[in-house]
Design a protein around this ligand. Structure first.
Ligand code: T1G
Length: 674
């Protein structure tokens, strides 16, 4: 069955794409569209055409799986130009998400009609590229430069209503009558001339808008090539003829798509989706119904975890030991929702709706009818085993019992129950209602339907889930450890906190190891004995330098939490170096990269060879979504491939590290992780 079919409805040609799952504009679709436009213009009985899609969405863009392969004719630019050049009107009938090339197909049509729930976007920038089929030329002319910059350089979709307000959509159809409304619209405009061709529309522009946009979005665009190029292309071509402008667009597209950043971002696009699949768990595994969730602990984590479910419309029973702690926890949740409402991200009724699904209680017995219970108390194995022992008796058969532990042994926790098959780790990252990553820790006895259910729940609460095995720190925190150990050693050997952090921030991390310690709390995991000073961290903690919350940690902080190097910290470091007789040397930025980032890659290789992660790309996903690793570098394992595994091995050996066997083998064979 051809992916593109045509059907005459009177004198209107209805062109339909049926290319699941998202009507990506692959070669067959492009060929079919080109042939259909020829059919339209070659048949005198036809007066206009409608382009529509079957399935869940209008074209969701070029077929990303074709990137990097020889392009089959006709290319999308050729197809969209043929649509616009048609002598008879072509109407785009949009539902779902018209993204990237899909939005560009719609732009090349003479009219655009969409259902209210439709969205339009140019997310190419999130793949490290730019709209390569006329989008940078037609959108400014149809909807104005400011709107075009927002859509193309940021990559977020807009609603049909917003698109209509900007001039990108001409008419809104009934949610359930798109095709009929589109055909009627085609009949209405069949004889209207001249045809409205986007590329021929004049555009007025305030030249200052480009630098204004650059300034406003500097922080968000830091380190990325594509946004800057998109702004440049539009700025350089907006007052030029289409033919010239589209050539500049093409040059920009080719430059970006050949670059490492785009390869990295496309890698992450697919890696995130691959991570959702568990190799030995069939995709049609029957899921356990999750209608009600229990959360034990109303602290920062318990509250954040609860919000994920409440926001997804899933009722939560939250348990605390003390009324005061329970009230504080629920108060923080309400405050967080109200803060979002104040920023216009939520309507007041949504705040009440979410909070209305929350049942606070002091009794664990109230968890009896929950389908999933998530324990989020402090990191103490005895406490967790006691709780799980009780849950084992309280919870109904089939209820999933999950721990939010960030590094403790799930098998040991499961051993405190009489139903280890129901036990699993669900490691959220703080703040749990914001960070997208969820590590799903698979115990030796965790049932497959429990895993499949938790992965499905993760999608429902908009988390990116990655399966981890049972080891200390699972995937993310296990790789964080060697980074922190080496960063502290480098302090002892002559580097300053700000030098080490600067290298990481310039690499693209949101913050360096010491800024991160100050944010999380220097006292986290501290033994709390101020007389026992075995590390620089102990020395800081002993003086109450517990980080941002005390306006003093590895840095000093002003009232707005802006960091500045601390003379006191420099003294503490110097004293500690002297006390321990640490040998000093000139620490270079390259050494910092080798000792803090190469060691992470080495740990990632160990995680892979031990089977604690299913794939190298899963490790990449963990670091992108759990720690803010720059997506344009594709995650630690992808980045190692771009550096070259031989270089990684040499760097590790230079500093005396024992290289993981898998890393050594791959380097020797010239292989990559991804
Ligand atoms: N190409 C190929 N496969 C795609 C695809 C695409 N564009 N989009 C999605 N898929 C696959 C995806 O891998 C998954 O496969 C399945 O479809 C369902 O996706 C010239 C050059 C549309 C909002 O960046 O944002 O156009 O895992 O799980 O959550 O200027 O997919 O099932 O085997 O994400 O409902 C620009 C990318 C391309 C849009 C649907 N377009 N896609 O979300 O489902 S570049 C994009 C999405 C371009 C032009 C340029 C989302 C979605 P599998 P899913 P979803």
């Amino acid at each position: 069955m051809s992916v593109i079919t045509t059907e005459k409805q009177g004198d209107i040609l209805v062109i339909t794409s049926n290319n699941p799952p998202v009507n990506a504009l692959g070669a067959a679709v492009r060929q079919g569209l080109a042939a259909a436009i020829e059919e339209l213009n070659g048949d005198d009985s036809l007066k206009a055409a409608v382009i529509r899609c079957d399935g869940r969405t209008f074209f969701a863009g070029a077929d990303i799986t074709e990137f990097g392969k020889p392009m089959q004719e006709p290319g999308l630019p050729t197809v969209v130009d043929a649509i616009e050049a048609s002598e008879k009107p072509v109407i785009a009938a949009v539902h779902g998400t018209a993204l990237g090339g899909g939005c560009e197909v719609a732009l090349a049509c003479h009219y655009r009609i969409a259902v209210p729930s439709a969205k339009f976007g140019l997310p190419e920038v999130k793949l490290g590229i730019l709209p390569g089929a006329g989008g940078t030329q037609r959108l400014p002319r149809v909807a104005g430069v400011p709107f075009a910059l927002e859509l193309a350089a940021k990559g977020d979709p807009v609603s049909a209503k917003a698109a209509q307000a900007a001039g990108l959509v001409d008419r809104i159809a009934g949610e359930d009558s798109l095709t009929a409304d589109a055909v009627a619209y085609a009949k209405e405009v069949a004889d209207t001339r001249p045809l409205p061709r986007a590329s021929e529309k004049p555009v007025s522009v305030d030249p200052g808008v480009f630098d204004e946009f650059r300034k406003t979005n500097a922080r968000r665009m830091r380190g990325f090539d594509a946004p800057a190029e998109i702004i440049n292309v539009i700025e350089e071509t907006v007052e030029k003829p289409y033919a010239e402008g589209v050539q500049r667009e093409r040059n920009g597209f080719m430059k970006l798509i050949m670059g490492t950043q785009s390869a990295a971002m496309r890698h992450i696009f697919f890696a995130e989706r691959k991570a959702a699949k568990i190799d030995d768990v069939p995709e049609d595994t029957k899921l356990r119904p999750i209608k009600k969730v229990g959360v034990i602990g109303a602290g920062t984590m318990g509250g954040g975890i609860s919000m994920n479910f409440l926001s997804a419309g899933i009722p939560v029973t939250i348990v605390e030991m003390q009324q005061e702690a329970l009230d504080r926890g629920t108060g923080v949740m309400r405050k967080n929702y109200e803060a979002s409402a104040a920023k216009g991200r939520l309507k007041p009724e949504q705040v009440e709706g979410a909070m209305g699904l929350l049942t606070p209680t002091l009794s664990m017995d109230d968890l009896a009818d929950c389908d999933l219970v998530i324990e989020a108390v402090y990191e103490n194995m005895d406490v967790k085993k006691d709780i799980f022992g009780k849950l084992s008796k309280i919870c109904k058969p089939g209820a999933i019992l999950a721990s939010n532990t960030s590094y403790l042994n799930i098998d040991e926790i499961a051993g405190s129950t009489d139903r280890p098959g129901d036990v699993v780790g669900m490691h959220f990252f703080s703040p749990a209602n914001v960070m997208k990553l969820l590590e799903v820790v698979r115990g030796a006895k965790t049932d497959k339907d429990v895993l499949a259910t938790v992965m499905d729940v993760a999608k429902k609460i908009k988390k990116v889930a990655v399966v981890a095995g049972v080891c200390h720190g699972f995937i993310g925190n296990r790789m964080l450890m060697p980074r922190q150990v080496e960063a502290n050693k480098l302090l002892m050997e002559g580097a300053s906190p700000q030098q080490i952090d600067k290298v990481h921030v310039e690499f693209g991390m949101p913050m360096g190891p010491f800024q991160m310690s100050d944010l999380a709390g220097v006292d986290i995991g501290w033994h709390r004995d101020p007389t026992r000073i075995e590390s620089i961290r102990d020395a800081l903690a002993a003086e109450g330098r517990w980080g941002q919350k005390k306006q003093a940690g590895f840095y000093d902080y002003d009232d707005k939490r802006n960091p500045s190097p601390s003379a006191r910290v420099a003294e503490i470091i110097e004293d500690f170096r002297k006390k321990t007789g640490a040998v000093q040397h000139e620490v270079t930025d390259e050494e910092i990269i080798e000792r803090t980032l190469y060691t992470m890659v080495n740990e990632g290789a160990k995680i892979l060879q031990e089977g604690m992660a299913q794939r190298a790309s899963d490790i990449d996903v963990v670091w992108i979504y759990g720690y803010g690793w720059p997506v344009y570098r594709g995650g630690p394992m992808f980045w190692a491939d771009t550096v070259g595994l031989k270089t990684i091995v040499a760097g590790l050996e230079k500093h005396g590290f024992e290289v993981a066997q898998l890393l050594k083998d791959k380097a020797e064979k010239g292989e990559r992780f991804n």
